[in-house]
Design a binder for this molecule. Structure first.
Ligand SMILES: [Zn+2]
Length: 470
């Protein structure tokens, strides 16, 4: 019923728009309201565009005030809670706003599989493991989180997922202070993050977070393929197809849940690192675009365009889901009063962090070697440091500079034996481990066998008894 209402309201808006667009000045036969370009609003809806106080109504409000009339015409709407119907119209309005303001797609008519949730504004009560949904009554549910005291329920959304129904409750307590947010001047430490595929995140402090590849690891990929094939082999519109289809979506849901939980944990870890977190402002939807088709000019046939190779990469990027991860980092940061700084991703992987020389040749796979100053580093960590530096410059932050603790990689020189020096116990103990033989006896360190062999190399005969075994 809600879906029908949604689709009807959408059609109503579209009709109104076209009528206005064509005539400009006319009288609507259904509602007998004069609609002119002056009175009709963008997005339009049939109904009285003027409120009783003489103010202009927005398209949603027109449709909401028309609801009682619509209910009279359709008595079966009595079974739906009135706030749910209103929220349904607000959803449509949100879709319109997304279209006009955020340049998203035009609102679509929804089919059965696309319409999965509805929202209550008021009237919901929670008691222990039972929830009261108006017009549905008391429903038993698993209460995953107790309601904190003093909070008021603002809205409740019931959502159908592949393994059951979920309820999310939005609560508010005005006496609780909002989280304090740091100013840009207060930031003293910044961590740069470079999102990758080998590791999920490369931090500028040379730590990295693993990429578990929940959907694209070998086992899951294979299982997914099998389950998908089972669906596609079944007869269309058959019960069997539905059954295996549901099984597939449960499988996908499980992967999504795992990823979500991992991302929350990661976000928490990242946010605890520093006051500011610098990330690249990536356009991920552009990154996973398909390759353009190539044609043969003479025959008009399609040529290979590299899409089959890119598909695997696209799937990896989609599995890493950097966007939702940054969203979670942003959320956690806001909760602890920290700031996420977005940075232009241009040249972050090609710039040298020491001399700021930009050259695409600097990077070769994982390796980074500056063609100007010879600085050597891991390319991913290099990128994260660049992101950090960019954030510091762009937002002009006062960072407390720490002296980098450089660890000498080269070890002290190993003790070398002269060719004819007899190895002593003092030289060999501590270097060699005891090896226990199967009979429980151990080989004593300072065993001269090996050295004896080395020395014997210089003998002309080469007749050491243990030579082959060594
Ligand atoms: Zn350099």
């Amino acid at each position: 019923m809600l879906r029908a209402n949604y689709n009807w309201s959408l059609a109503d808006r579209i009709d109104t728009y076209y009528q206005r667009y064509i005539c400009g000045d006319y009288c609507d036969l259904r509602t007998k309201v004069i609609i002119t370009p002056l009175t009709c609003l963008l997005g339009g809806a049939t109904g009285n565009p003027w409120s009783n106080k003489g103010k202009k109504r927005s398209p949603v409000n027109i449709q909401i005030t028309e609801l009682p009339n619509l209910k009279q015409a359709r008595p079966w709407y009595d079974e739906i809670d009135s706030t749910v119907l209103q929220q349904n119209l607000r959803r449509l309005d949100k879709a319109y706003n997304n279209f006009f303001q955020q340049k998203k797609g035009f609102p679509k008519f929804k089919n059965k599989s696309k319409y999965r949730s509805f929202t209550y504004a008021t009237g919901v009560k929670i008691k222990g493991n039972k929830i009261y949904l108006p017009k549905l009554g008391w429903v038993k549910f698993y209460n995953s989180r107790p309601m904190p005291d003093g909070f008021k329920i603002k809205s409740v959304t019931v959502r159908k997922k592949s393994n059951g129904y979920y309820i999310s409750v939005r609560i508010e307590d005005k006496s609780v202070p909002t989280f304090p947010v740091k100013n840009l001047e207060e930031i003293t430490t910044v961590t740069g993050l470079d999102m990758g595929l080998g590791k999920l995140i490369y931090c500028s402090d040379y730590s990295a977070i693993d990429n578990p590849r929940f959907a694209t690891n070998k086992t899951t990929k294979r299982l997914h393929k099998i389950r998908q094939r089972r669906v596609s082999r079944k007869k269309k519109r058959s019960n069997n197809r539905q059954k295996v289809g549901r099984r597939l979506s449960r499988f996908q849901h499980r992967i999504a849940v795992k990823r979500e939980s991992y991302q929350w944990q990661t976000a928490k870890k990242i946010v605890s690192k520093s006051d500011g977190i610098a990330v690249e402002d990536l356009q991920i939807s552009n990154m996973i675009k398909r390759c353009k088709p190539k044609y043969d000019q003479n025959t008009g046939r399609f040529l290979k365009n590299g899409q089959s190779a890119k598909r695997a990469l696209n799937r990896l990027i989609a599995d890493a889901s950097w966007y939702s991860l940054t969203q979670k980092i942003e959320y956690m940061a806001a909760k602890s009063g920290k700031i996420v700084l977005r940075v232009n991703p241009r040249h972050t992987s090609q710039e040298c962090s020491v001399c700021h020389h930009i050259d695409p040749d600097n990077r070769e796979g994982e390796k980074f070697l500056c063609t100007n100053c010879g600085h050597v580093d891991d390319a991913n960590f290099q990128a994260s440091i660049n992101i950090k530096n960019k954030a510091i410059n762009h937002y002009s932050l006062n960072i407390v500079k720490k002296f980098s603790q450089k660890v000498r990689r080269d070890l002290p020189e190993p003790k070398q034996l002269n060719l004819f020096q007899t190895p002593t116990v003092e030289l060999t103990t501590g270097k060699r481990k005891y090896h226990y033989a199967s009979n429980g006896k151990r080989n004593e360190p300072g065993n001269l066998k090996e050295y004896a062999f080395q020395l014997s190399l210089f003998n002309q005969e080469n007749n050491h008894p243990d030579r082959d075994s060594l």
